[in-house]
Design a protein around this ligand. Structure first.
Ligand code: PHE
Length: 504
């Protein structure tokens, strides 16, 4: 147990944690979620969720990983034998994400290549460009329609790169990559934002994003669906900070025992939010420019979801006054870099759990996990693959992660001595956290999550997600979650290879 790998430096750990947090979620997700949910007013539920859930849970997970020194299943089982299942469930939720997250990175690579001649619209194989992107042939059922080969090669590159980095381990693989990629990511983003805010019309875009629509987020306002705004804020915080996904527990399990966690949690959380704001400014400045070019209103051109990055942006970049190719490449490179550092954190979570449980070598665990992940991700580069992953993404975010977060808080808050974790954290940290933290973990956030779970179930049963055929919802939604629950149960009854590990 004592020869567990370790980070080489505190900066390395923090940059890796920030690398996991900052991902595609900050660039394409945050801007449109904020926009759709009341613009500037969204920042109120967003900060509420950050302070009551995001930061407290980060502190909790960093603390658990640092003191229990194991992957999520191992750390949880060291807290109590009965908690192990939750560690596996979180691990498999992460694994579920990587199966389609890797595909989005592959698209980004593809689009980066298209950017060199800006011919994305004309390439015959780029049939997912433009309207067709979100309007694939046949949504009534399973149209696998074969693999789209132009995404196949980038997808192989993504998985091969994941394998190469993770098999090198914590210090030589993940830490080294984070030390190089994170500064590059920041520089790329700053260049893009600086370009975007000086485009004609940029200001209108920013006005649109930041004009607060307070009416929209309160029960007495104009929006009968105001509760959804709060749900979206919590959802964004969990996804964006990679919490309740086993990730932060795993990363902090490689910390030397005497290293700060409280301050690191604040640094990680604020860097992540800062990057999200930066991205939102860039994105909305660009959308303002697009509206300006088209002579229309910003609200008409703002698109949500994946269409933002893969439909609106190619169009916007093509209309840039100069250096279009350059900015096209830069934008999609930014997506690739941001996505890749998040993807490695997910693979590490699974690898670390398998290594702990089955005592296999890192190389072997990584090879198997990358192979299985790659094979599953192939589903998402077929005909209606886009819909399948939209469903999976939605179910992981509206059910998987809220349930995982809720259970984590109840188990750690009420079934063990939570105050011990706080006291241990305070002993090693730059500054101390107070009793407010216990209240967030034990009371405030569980209540919010419970409300979310109830509302999400109610929504899903009154009107199933996205109007997809029931068969696809059953398989890629409920079915996928059920598989995660069952496989987690199987993993947690298997005996620990080294009987010493399970106890403690
Ligand atoms: N936090 C990452 C993002 O914002 C996504 C992610 C979610 C990564 C869950 C790992 C686990 O894109």
């Amino acid at each position: 147990m004592e020869n567990r790998e370790q980070w080489g430096s505190r900066v390395g750990f923090i940059l890796a944690a920030i690398g996991s947090a900052i991902g595609l979620g900050n660039i394409w997700r945050f801007p449109y979620v904020a926009y759709e949910n009341g613009g500037g007013a969204f920042l109120i539920p967003y900060f509420f969720a950050l302070l009551t859930a995001g930061i407290p849970i980060l502190i909790l997970e960093f603390g658990v990983g640092r003191s229990k020194r194991g992957s999520a299943p191992l750390s949880f089982s060291r807290l109590s034998k009965r908690f192990e299942w939750l560690g596996w469930f979180q691990t498999f939720l992460s694994f579920g994400i990587i199966t389609f997250y890797s595909v989005i990175i592959a698209w980004s690579i593809n689009y980066m290549i298209f950017s060199f001649n800006l011919k994305w619209g004309d390439e015959p194989e780029a049939f997912f460009y433009g309207d067709q992107f979100l309007n694939l042939s046949d949504i009534n059922g399973f149209n696998f329609g074969g693999i789209q080969w132009h995404i196949f090669i980038p997808l192989i590159i993504v998985w091969a790169a994941l394998f190469l980095i993770i098999s090198r381990g914590i210090k030589k693989g993940i830490e080294k990559l984070s030390l190089i990629f994170m500064p590059i990511l920041l520089i790329l983003m700053v260049i893009i934002v600086l370009r975007a805010i000086f485009l004609p019309g940029a200001l209108e875009g920013l006005n649109h994003l930041f004009t607060p629509n307070f009416d929209y987020i309160v029960p007495w306002g104009s929006n009968p669906e105001w509760g959804q705004v709060w749900i979206a804020a919590y959802g964004q915080i969990f996804f964006s900070l990679s919490i309740a996904f086993a990730i932060m527990i795993t990363y902090s399990s490689y910390l030397p025992k005497d290293k700060d966690v409280n301050n690191s949690a604040f640094i990680t959380a604020f860097s992540n939010s800062g990057f999200s704001f930066l991205a939102a400014i860039g994105v909305f400045a660009a959308i303002g420019f697009m509206a300006n070019q088209a002579g229309s209103d910003v609200s008409e051109v703002a698109t949500a979801g994946l269409g933002l990055a893969f439909v609106a942006f190619p169009q916007i970049i093509s209309e840039f006054p100069a250096f279009n190719e350059f900015f096209g490449v830069l934008f999609f490179l930014t997506l690739v870099v941001a996505g890749f550092t998040s993807a490695i954190s997910i693979i590490e979570v699974v690898v670390s759990s398998i290594m702990d449980k089955l005592k296999v070598s890192r190389a072997k665990a990584t090879a198997w996990i990358c192979l299985i992940g790659f094979l599953i991700s192939l589903i998402f580069i077929t005909g209606t693959g886009l819909y399948f992953f939209d469903i999976l993404d939605n179910f992981i975010n509206s059910f998987g992660i809220v349930i995982s977060g809720f259970l984590e808080l109840i188990l750690l808050g009420w079934f063990i001595k939570l105050a011990t974790i706080r006291e241990e954290n305070n002993l090693v940290s730059d500054f101390k956290i107070g009793y407010w933290w216990d209240i967030m973990i034990k009371v405030v956030t569980p209540i919010m999550l419970l409300i979310m779970i109830i509302l999400n179930f109610r929504n899903e049963f009154s009107e199933s997600y996205g109007g997809y055929p029931l068969s696809t919802i059953l398989i890629f939604g409920w079915g996928a979650l059920a598989i995660m629950v069952v496989v987690s149960a199987i993993m947690s009854v298997i005996k620990w290879k080294d009987s010493q590990e399970g106890i403690r």
